[in-house]
Write a protein that binds this ligand. Sequence first.
Ligand code: NAD
Length: 353
Amino acid sequence: MILVTGAAGFIGSNFVLDWLAINDEPVINLDKLTYAGNLDNLSSLKDDSRHIFVQGDIGDRALVDKLLTNHKPRAVINFAAESHVDRSIHGPEDFIQTNMLGTFHLLESVRGYWSNLADAEKSQFRFLHVSTDEVYGSLSPSDPAFTETKRYEPNSPYSASKAASDHLVRAYHHTYGLPVLTTNCSNNYGPYHFPEKLIPLMIVNALAGKPLPVYGDGMQIRDWLFVKDHCSAIRRVLEAGTLGEVYNVGGWNEMPNIEIVKIVCGLLDEMRPRADGKPYIEQMTFVTDRPGHDRRYAIDATKIERELGWRPAETFETGIRKTVAWYLENEEWVKTVQSGAYRNWLETNYSGR
Ligand code: NAD
């Protein structure tokens, strides 16, 4: 049994779907179901007893203590977070609450549970914290990519709150010996990505005939990783990572935002041409840049490859093609998200496990 937090979100739901597709070990999914939590992502597991969903907050100590005591997981994987940079600029408080305080409370519950385990179980237990490359700050074009020893220089309330959580996780290892692992990953893309983020927003707006808003000059560079590759990296770190270590996870794929928009538009031109035959890129429009927008992130994922033999299976070309195809095949999912109807999913569809 493993406990996965935030697994109704984008990456967590992909993780659970992949996990249960390749092994039978059950999962308890603890998710608060904020606007970003969507159980529709996991509708294929509706009647699957290996997936136990519990609506709740990682900061709710009584609830987490009860889940740990009752289900005795051998690992906790923490995806739960407020994750959208723009939202953190407009309302940082939720980010402090969940990413910092929530992680703290979760660590405290896990520490209590772990310290009472029998020796054999204690040595097998793992707490894996899922984090971001944004904690490292911004790079200039000529800087080397982020390694695990890069100084933390978070620039947004989101990245600062994630940085704080990373430090707490580190401290719980050094102070209490808690068996932790941390992954810092670059930008993910793929199925079930909430359409407020760049790639799904471009696909959804393009199809709806709406403008494709690009911040500033569109030359902000990010590394991109197909979400299924992030999930395989997490499984690998869980299985073989050295306790207390940090692993950077990336796609070896740096690209300016504007290039992403052009590629997405090109794929849509090919797979779902506009009715008027014109290219989707005509819908692109430049908008005022995000305050404090980091210029470049780049991940050096040498360590995870050298020590754990992990490399992404997808190139950007193959991953983005799969992603655009998924959005074209799952327009109902997009509609449900846009209408907000997914928020009633629990009441109308879930059996209450
Ligand atoms: P997401 O916003 O899609 O999902 C977050 C999930 O956490 C949601 O289901 C939400 O309901 C849940 N949640 C929020 N607050 C909670 C709380 N207090 N208690 C319990 N559940 C709560 O995010 P995502 O993109 O899937 O990211 C997952 C994790 O991976 C985050 O920690 C994020 O920082 C990290 N990460 C994301 C990316 C990316 O590109 N999306 C890259 C690197 C790291």
